[in-house]
Design a protein around this ligand. Structure first.
Ligand code: NAI
Length: 497
C-alpha cells in the first residue's frame, strides 16, 4: 500500500503545463516522487469555459480538501465575465491565511542591486484573508463609496504565529512588523499589538516594527536591513511586489499560502499568453515555490539539494530568454533549463549560500489535519466586556454643518444621548472646524451619553429609538453603536477632534 503523501496538482493555463513539466522532472530526479504522489485537480480556464464561475470542478475541490496541499501553476482569470480569480478563491475559501514569499538574489539574474554587490535575502509574510480584501463595498450616497477594512485579533494571531514559526524553521533571527498604526490606530494598531503579544512565545527572535512608507523607502535604500517582514493584506501585497522587483521581477518570486487545513504553493507570475506553447518560459518561480512546499512537508534535504542545483545552474550561465542576457550564452528552452538543473543535483553553488543537504529532515513530516465538522470559530478576547455609550449615524445629506447640527440637536432632545461631533470624510466640521474644509454628501454624526453613569445597563433598543427619530428626518446610510470594551473606547476620534 502506498504511504506517499498526496498533493493536489494543478498545472495551470498558458505556460503552466510547460513550467510544471520542468519542475516535476526535477522532483523526479531528486527522489521526491518516492515520498509524494501528485493527484491532478481540475481548475482554471477550462473549468470557467464550461460555465463554472468558481473555476474549480467539484472533483477538483474534493481532491484539494482531501489532500490539503496544492501545487499549482498560473491560472487565467476570465475578464469581465463575472468569474473570480481562482487563486483568490482558493486562498479565501480554504483559509490559507499567510502568504509567504522568499526573495533572494540569484546568480546571473542581473538587477540594480546585484550590480552594486548588494545581496538580497528577505521573506515577506502577508496576511491573506482580511483587510480590504473582504471586498465589502457599498455605494453610500450619489458621490461616496466605501470599502470596509476588517482586521480581527485571531486573524492577526494566525499570521504572526506562522511568521515566527517560519522564521524559527529557516533560522531567521529578526522579524519586523510593517504597519500604518500611526494613522489607523485601531486596525493596524491591533495588528501591531498582536504581533508584540505573539512574539512573546519566540524569545530567541528579535523583533522590530516599521511604518509602511518608511519600510518601502528602506527596502529600496538598504534591503539588507530586513530578514522577514509581516504585514496586513493590502500593504503586504504591495511590498511583496516591491521586493520581487529587488530580485529581478515576478519570474523569480516563489509563493506559499499557508493555512491550517489547506496550503497552496504557486508561481506568482501569470499565464504569459504571449509565450505560451513556445517552450521558452522560465520555471524558476514555480520551482522555488515547489522548494518552499518540500520544506513545508519535511523534505528539507531534497528541497536544499534542488535549491543548490538551481543556484549552481544559474552560476553556469544557463538561462531562459527572459533573463541572463549578459551571461554570454544563448538562451535555452524550458525543458533544457529543467534538465540542466536535474543534471546538477548534488552540485553546490560557489557564490550563493549553500543549503545543507545532510543532517536535515528527508522524510515526510506533514500530518493531514482532520476535516473540520463545522466552521471553526476563532476567538482571542473571550472575557472582554462591552458597554454602549453612544452611536455614530451616517447620513446622506447636502446640508451645511450648522443647520444640520441644529436639526439633529432638536431630534435627540429628551433622549439619553447628545450630539457631540459631526465629521465629513473623517474631518471634524462641528462643533468646531474650518470653513475651508471641503465637504461631500456624506456625514458621520456622533451621539454620546449625556451621563456616562448610564452606560451600565444601556440597551441597544434605546439607540435604535434615537436612530428611528433621525430616520424620520434624514436618509441614513449606516449605523454604528459606540462601545467601551473593558473600560476603553472602541472607536476612533475624528481628525481635528
Ligand atoms: P503575466 O505574468 O502572465 O505576464 C507578464 C509578462 O511576463 C509577459 O510578457 C510574460 O511573457 C512574462 N512572463 C510571465 N511569466 C513568465 C515566465 N515564467 N517566463 C518568462 N516570461 C514570463 O501577466 P499578465 O499578462 O498580466 O496575465 C496573464 C494572465 O495570467 C491573466 O489571465 C491573469 O489573470 C493571469 N494571472 C494569474 C496569476 C496566477 O495564477 N497566480 C497571477 C497573475 C496573473
Amino acid at each position: 500500500m502506498s504511504q506517499k503523501l498526496r498533493i493536489a496538482l494543478a498545472e495551470g493555463d498558458g505556460i503552466g503545463p510547460e513550467i510544471m513539466g520542468a519542475c516535476l522532472g526535477i522532483f523526479e530526479a531528486a527522489g521526491v516522487m518516492e515520498h509524494v504522489e501528485f493527484v491532478p485537480a481540475e481548475m482554471g480556464e477550462r473549468v470557467f469555459a464550461a460555465g463554472n464561475s468558481m473555476g474549480i470542478s467539484d472533483e477538483g475541490m474534493r481532491i484539494v480538501e482531501d489532500t490539503g496541499l496544492v501545487y499549482k501553476g498560473p491560472m487565467g482569470t476570465p475578464v469581465g465575465k463575472g468569474g473570480k480569480s481562482i487563486n483568490v478563491t482558493l486562498r479565501k475559501m480554504y483559509g490559507a491565511f499567510a502568504n509567504v514569499r522568499h526573495f533572494q538574489s540569484l546568480p546571473n539574474v542581473e538587477t540594480v542591486y546585484s550590480k552594486a554587490g548588494v545581496p538580497i535575502d528577505v521573506v515577506i509574510v502577508r496576511e491573506n484573508i482580511e483587510d480590504t480584501y473582504g471586498g465589502i463595498e457599498h455605494r453610500l450616497t450619489a458621490d461616496v463609496v466605501e470599502c470596509k477594512r476588517l482586521i480581527s485579533a485571531p486573524g492577526c494571531d494566525q499570521v504572526h504565529r506562522e511568521a515566527f514559526e517560519t522564521a524559527r524553521r529557516l533560522g531567521i533571527t529578526k522579524v519586523h512588523c510593517g504597519h500604518k498604526a500611526n494613522i489607523m490606530k485601531m486596525s493596524d494598531g491591533l495588528f501591531l499589538e498582536r504581533f508584540k503579544e505573539v512574539a512573546k512565545a519566540y524569545p530567541e527572535i528579535e523583533t522590530g516594527d516599521v511604518i509602511i512608507d518608511a519600510l518601502c523607502m528602506n527596502l529600496v535604500l538598504k534591503p539588507q536591513a530586513y530578514d522577514m517582514v509581516v504585514l496586513p493584506n493590502l500593504q503586504g501585497d504591495i511590498v511583496s511586489d516591491l521586493a520581487a522587483g529587488l530580485v529581478g521581477g515576478l519570474g523569480f518570486a516563489p509563493s506559499a499560502n499557508i493555512g491550517h487545513n489547506v496550503s497552496i504553493f504557486e508561481a506568482v507570475h501569470g499565464t504569459a499568453p504571449d509565450i505560451a506553447g513556445k517552450g521558452i518560459a522560465n520555471p524558476t518561480s514555480l520551482l522555488l515555490s515547489g522548494i518552499l512546499m518540500l520544506r513545508h512537508i519535511g523534505l528539507r534535504a531534497q528541497a536544499n539539494t534542488i535549491e543548490n542545483a538551481l543556484m549552481h545552474t544559474l552560476e553556469q550561465g544557463v538561462h531562459t530568454g527572459d533573463f541572463g542576457a549578459n551571461s554570454g550564452k544563448p538562451a535555452v528552452g524550458t525543458r533544457e533549463f529543467g534538465a540542466a538543473i536535474s543534471a546538477n543535483l548534488g552540485n553546490e553553488p560557489a557564490t550563493h549560500t549553500v543549503r545543507p543537504a545532510k543532517g536535515v529532515s528527508a522524510a515526510i513530516e506533514h500530518g493531514r489535519p482532520e476535516r473540520p465538522k463545522a466552521h471553526t470559530l476563532m476567538r482571542t478576547f473571550t472575557g472582554s466586556k462591552s458597554e454602549i455609550v453612544g452611536c455614530d449615524i451616517y447620513l446622506d445629506t447636502t446640508l451645511e454643518p450648522a443647520p444640520l447640527a441644529e436639526k439633529l440637536k432638536g431630534i435627540c432632545e429628551g433622549s439619553p444621548f447628545k450630539l457631540t461631533m459631526m465629521s465629513n470624510r473623517g474631518t471634524q466640521v462641528w462643533p468646531s472646524g474650518s470653513v475651508y474644509t471641503e465637504i461631500v454628501d456624506y456625514y458621520r454624526v456622533r451621539f454620546e451619553l449625556r451621563d456616562m453613569a448610564q452606560a451600565a445597563g444601556m440597551e441597544q433598543a434605546t439607540l435604535i429609538k434615537l436612530l428611528g427619530g433621525i430616520a424620520d428626518a434624514f436618509a441614513i446610510t449606516d449605523f454604528q453603536p459606540l462601545k467601551y470594551y473593558d473600560g476603553k473606547p472602541g472607536f476612533s476620534l475624528a481628525q481635528g477632534q
